[in-house]
Design a protein around this ligand. Structure first.
Ligand code: PMP
Length: 306
């Protein structure tokens, strides 16, 4: 198992900076028993001028709040105080390129009743940028994304990730790199921890909001397309459209932009390096480090982290 902290690692826990190794939560927490928590996945990058910046910090902490409110969890923190606390966590641990994981969780409560209080932890661990050029073999999952009539699927809630874990484990057990889940209507939705784009005739398409997590990277990709004059369309996408596409990729805070080699037994015909998707991948790698040129270290990392 990966090691996320050592004896020296500090985290932010309910207003204080404490050692991860000494921190604890109540085992009677409603979050542990019922998956009733909300969280974020955020990246910090060492930018080209040497300063570490949290990428899209405001958008992530706004989504954390929206997720908590959607779940009826009390939320008493300001965006600025949490951003400041996150920078302090990075500084105390001497992290430059890092992954940041804030979690809002509930007190001890075995009932389903609303709580009067929530708790928060902000953890971080080192993670290098990757923007891998190893392409993924993806399978259409036998699991669907949760029905938005049963779950507030736009919220990043802990319990939703049971679905992600099942789908990702299924794909890996069958020899694929990652899963693609459809929505309850049979349209393509998203990966276990990433949104999806497909490319056809130099136009990018991505599923409309409603049955997916509104990804911050997805929004950044749309922004980059608009800036670069690449046409991008949000629409419901069928499996057939996917299996006749020229190229496809996952995008997410942890996955960044990662191209696909294949979906099920269909191999994407367009050379990744000649695709519009690749242009977006390069532009994204510049954006996260606040740079315009594009020499970049590339190694492979799995897409399966939320
Ligand atoms: N969908 C799901 C289910 C996710 O877990 C994530 C990762 N947070 C995404 C999409 C991508 O979202 P973002 O770009 O905000 O990381």
């Amino acid at each position: 198992m990966a090691s996320y902290y050592n004896d020296k690692t500090e985290i932010f826990l309910n207003g204080s900076f404490v050692k991860a190794a000494n921190a604890s939560i109540d085992l009677y927490s409603q979050s542990l028993h019922y998956g009733y928590s909300v969280f974020e996945g955020i990246r910090a990058y060492k930018t080209i001028n040497g300063i570490t910046k949290i990428f899209k910090a405001e958008a992530h902490f706004d989504r954390l709040k929206q997720s908590a409110l959607a779940m009826n969890m009390p939320y008493s923190w300001t965006r600025d105080e949490l951003i400041a606390a996150t920078y302090e966590v990075l500084k105390r641990n001497n992290f430059q390129d890092a992954y940041i994981r804030p979690v809002v969780y509930a007190p001890a409560n075995m009932s389903f009743a609303k709580n009067e209080q929530s708790y928060i932890v902000i953890e971080a661990w080192e993670m290098q940028p990757f923007l891998g050029d190893k392409l993924l073999k993806v399978m259409t999952s036998s699991f669907e994304r949760p029905n938005p009539r049963g779950f507030k699927i736009h919220a990043k809630a802990g319990g939703h990730y049971v679905n992600s874990i099942l789908a990702s484990q299924e794909a890996k057990a069958l020899g694929y790199d990652e899963a693609l889940l459809k929505d309850m209507n049979g349209f393509i939705a998203e990966g276990p921890g990433a949104n999806v784009f497909i490319e056809k005739d130099d136009v990018l398409y991505t599923p409309t909001l409603g049955n997916i997590l509104p990804g911050i990277t997805r929004a950044t990709v749309i922004e980059l397309c608009n800036e670069m004059g690449i046409a991008v369309i949000e629409k419901q996408i069928s499996s057939e459209e996917l299996s006749t596409a020229d190229a496809a990729f996952f995008c997410g805070t942890a996955a960044e932009i990662i191209g696909w080699q294949s979906i099920d037994d269909y191999t994407f015909p367009k050379e990744w390096n000649n695709s519009s998707s690749r242009k977006i991948q390069l532009a994204y790698s510049d954006r996260i480090v606040e740079k315009n040129s594009n020499e970049k270290k590339r190694t492979h990392r799995e897409a399966s982290i939320a």
